[in-house]
Design a protein around this ligand. Structure first.
Ligand code: RIB
Ligand code: CA
Length: 314
């Protein structure tokens, strides 16, 4: 039985690669893809979700949720890494820009439609999920589980010295989700940074005659260029794709129960994720946190799953 999931994304190149797997993997039934502002402004995140789905034309089209700005606006965006359009400057057309339901409403509807059966994969800021929990206070008990890409436990941030991008974009929402009674798994930078794809990835993609293969060949070269220009690296991270893999193939991840929270006030530490790692922790353990990863197996799984997606006939 395929696992029902909602993908919450701020595409974003690594979000887009995660969508290439999720929308074709027979282990998943993507009931909705909900856009959230982050890497790009909300309206562009919504447009990019539609553009990606049109490019991929998956066997089953998910419902699409429209992003809206977080309560305090977005403090930053990721266009220095993901390109001015968020998708490597590919300027994908969108056939018909429909006016989807707000993401938070769609989340409530889809979770309520299948109680305790829908997992939420958060690959961007946690604005939508926090709003869905505000809209339906029982939802944390109705959702099956939440898998989040975000935060850092012992390593540095990536958008500030203290904060990881997704959390930094909307710390209040992240705190609300961390403190919610939902079942949560966090995939932090500590593990996603351990996965680096070399240029060899471009030789290991599905055939370009396939929609997934053609799409990946368009969006990945700009990602490699951005990593070289910004960091002088000859390779790329795919943080969101790693987080999705934690849902699909958890055997390659080691997690432990931890008590975690989010700094929402600090001048220097705004958006930092803080975990009680004292000898005798006093904070309530509120999530599973990935702390180790079988990096070669995860890299192999991502390449295998991308090629499997390329084999599915639309
Ligand atoms: O810190 C990595 C996260 O920030 C990823 O979700 C990436 O897409 C960006 O949103
Ligand atoms: Ca993302």
């Amino acid at each position: 039985m395929a696992k029902k999931v909602i993908l919450d994304v701020d595409p974003g190149l690594d979000d887009a690669v995660a969508m290439c797997i999720a929308l074709f993997d027979p282990r998943l039934e993507v009931v909705a893809v909900t856009a959230v502002g982050g890497n790009v402004p909300p309206h562009l995140a919504t447009r990019n979700v539609q553009a990606i789905i049109e490019q991929l034309d998956p066997p089953r089209w998910p419902r699409i949720g429209a992003a809206s700005p977080p309560d305090h606006g977005l403090p930053v965006d990721g266009r220095f890494m993901h390109g001015i359009d968020g998708l490597g400057g590919c300027n994908f057309e969108v056939a018909e820009l429909r006016t989807p339901h707000p993401s938070e409403k769609l989340i409530c509807d889809e979770v309520r439609a299948a109680p305790e059966s829908v997992s939420f994969v958060a690959l961007g800021p946690l604005t939508n999920l926090a709003r869905a929990f505000q809209r339906d206070p029982e939802l944390p008990h109705v959702i099956d589980r939440v898998v989040m890409m975000g935060g850092a436990v012992s390593g540095p941030g990536n958008i500030t010295p203290a904060a990881e991008f997704n959390i930094f974009c909307d710390p209040e929402s992240a705190r609300a989700v961390f403190r919610s009674p939902s079942t949560k798994t966090l995939i932090p930078l500590d593990v996603t940074n351990r996965i680096m794809f070399s240029f060899d990835l471009l030789n290991q993609l599905p055939d370009e005659s396939r929609r997934v293969g053609s799409f990946l060949r368009k969006i990945l070269p700009p990602a490699f260029r951005a990593y070289r220009q910004e960091f002088g690296l000859e390779g790329i991270h795919l943080h969101d794709t790693v987080a999705l893999t934690a849902l699909l193939e958890p055997q390659w991840f080691e997690t432990k129960e931890m008590g975690g929270d989010v700094e929402t006030m600090g001048e220097l530490t705004m958006g930092a994720t803080v975990f009680d790692r004292r000898r005798r922790p006093a904070w309530r353990q509120n999530m599973e946190v990935a702390f180790d990863i079988d990096a070669p197996q995860v890299i192999e799984a991502i390449i295998r799953n991308l090629n499997a997606a390329g084999e599915i006939k639309a």
